[in-house]
Design a binder for this molecule. Structure first.
Ligand SMILES: [Zn+2]
Length: 445
């Protein structure tokens, strides 16, 4: 038997353990925070559990809690973000070294989105349950299954006495579902490799590109007054309806979205066009009072080509603010009281060229385990962007079940599940990628 077939057979032999490990990870409540001050849950316990498994397999493991100020300064996170109770983990299986050996990193986020409303689940979201070849539970596909696959790959290699040429690293992080703070902290801590795989759910397709994300709020001012009286003239102190004044702002944002989508410069072979989506709206104070303000939250997705020289969204912000300013130009109140923008979360877009050896290796790995992988773009965002853009580590996603048979996503849903066949295929694809990507690159023909 070849090394490859030994490794694949060893992973098959460990299928039950792989399912059990995924279920164990689901049992830790690592529901993501949505604000800096929210208390931690079971994050530290999960990281210690993973650390114990990896140490037993021979890794040197560092579980570290970044201090406020440790993070690279980045628009991704609020300044001074703390991680009390939310440690990050980096494990290293040292390679044998030698000329041309390359290191490979597996990165996965341990946080999951809220399981609410829990009563709508068929089974407890935090007690994973096997039904009909699937494992159900919060985080099974996104992405505790991917983390379990990475751990079992390392354990299988260790059990077979295989030391890879280059280092194999495993990095498990928090906060991906919020703002990517855990991987950002890991990058700041020095986590890097020649290449990285993030086993997010992809249906075993190879995801090489993703859009950037910009989150912000636009606030439109009004002036309060009794809603059952004529408002009078705003120039002499009359009331102004902030909700009505928001309408030209929303129209301007929709028009800009349409312009972006039609712009040939925004045609990307793998990614959807950029977009601006108003996602929440809050306006007014009392039902008999002209509203004094109206606030609209915006979710903006933008393409790598729209990023500024540093890779961030300054040009996108500028375009949005200008479009709104122009739309307000013929309104006296809005000219005198221009809508105010505040921008908070900003996540960078990223792309790894399809000719990169990592993309070729993952395509070959997925093919070798019986899949027909496509090269795809990610409509949302993952930590692969932080590794690629800020960590000097080209990162690509490949992992298990992302869609139901009808094509709708299973991640973030009630009754989230992972196909057990995909869990095993992911572990095998990661193992093959590790064998391939840590070896010295083949000489060009
Ligand atoms: Zn995820």
């Amino acid at each position: 038997m070849t090394t490859t077939s030994h490794v694949l057979a060893e992973i098959d032999r460990r299928t039950d353990d792989l399912i059990r490990l995924t279920a164990d990870l689901v049992g830790f409540d690592t529901t993501v925070r949505g604000a800096a001050a929210e208390p931690a849950r079971d994050e530290a316990d999960l990281q210690e559990y993973v650390a114990g498994r990896l140490r037993a397999a021979g890794a040197t493991v560092d579980v570290f809690t970044p201090k406020p100020g440790d993070l690279p300064v980045s628009p991704q996170t609020p300044p001074g973000l703390g991680f009390d109770g939310r440690p990050q983990l980096i494990a290293r299986f040292p390679g044998t070294g030698g000329a041309g050996a390359r290191s490979l990193l597996f990165n996965g986020h341990i946080d999951v989105v809220s399981a609410e409303p829990r009563r709508e689940w068929t089974s407890d979201p935090f007690r994973a349950e096997v039904r009909d070849g699937r494992l159900y539970g919060r985080g099974t596909c996104d992405m505790k299954g991917g983390i379990a696959a990475a751990v079992v790959v390392a354990e299988a290699l260790a059990a077979l006495g295989i030391r890879l040429p280059g280092d194999l690293l495993i990095n498990t992080v928090t906060d991906e579902e919020w703002n990517g703070a855990g991987t950002l902290a890991s990058v700041g801590y020095g986590v890097r490799a020649d290449a990285a795989v993030v086993p997010e759910p992809t249906d075993l397709d190879v995801v090489v590109a993703q859009r950037g994300i910009l989150g912000g709020t636009v606030t439109v001012a009004g002036r309060p007054g009794h809603a059952e009286y004529p408002p009078g003239d705003w120039r002499t102190g009359g009331a102004v309806n902030a909700i009505e004044k928001t309408m030209p702002v929303l129209t301007a944002l929709r028009r800009l979205r349409e312009q972006w989508a039609e712009d040939p410069a925004h045609a990307h072979p793998l990614l959807p066009p950029p977009a601006i989506v108003p996602t929440t709206i809050k306006g007014g104070e009392w039902w008999v009072t002209y509203p004094a303000s109206c606030e609209v939250a915006l979710d903006v997705t933008y393409l790598p080509v729209q990023a500024d020289g540093g890779g961030w969204a300054s040009r996108v912000r500028h375009d949005i603010e200008r479009a709104v300013r122009e739309a307000c130009a013929d309104d006296g109140w809005l000219t005198a009281n221009p809508p105010r923008f505040t921008w908070d979360t900003e996540l960078p877009p990223a792309e790894v060229p399809s000719t990169h050896p990592l993309v070729r290796a993952l395509t070959a790995s997925a093919t070798a385990v019986g899949r027909t992988p496509r090269l795809l773009g990610e409509p949302s965002w993952t930590d692969a962007a932080t590794l690629t853009r800020l960590g000097g580590t080209p990162a690509v996603c490949i992992g298990p079940t992302a869609t139901r048979p009808d094509g709708s996503p299973t991640l973030h849903t009630i009754d989230e599940y992972i196909e057990i066949s995909d869990l095993v295929a992911t572990a095998k694809a990661l193992a093959l990628a590790a064998l391939d990507m840590t070896a010295p690159a083949a000489a060009a023909p």
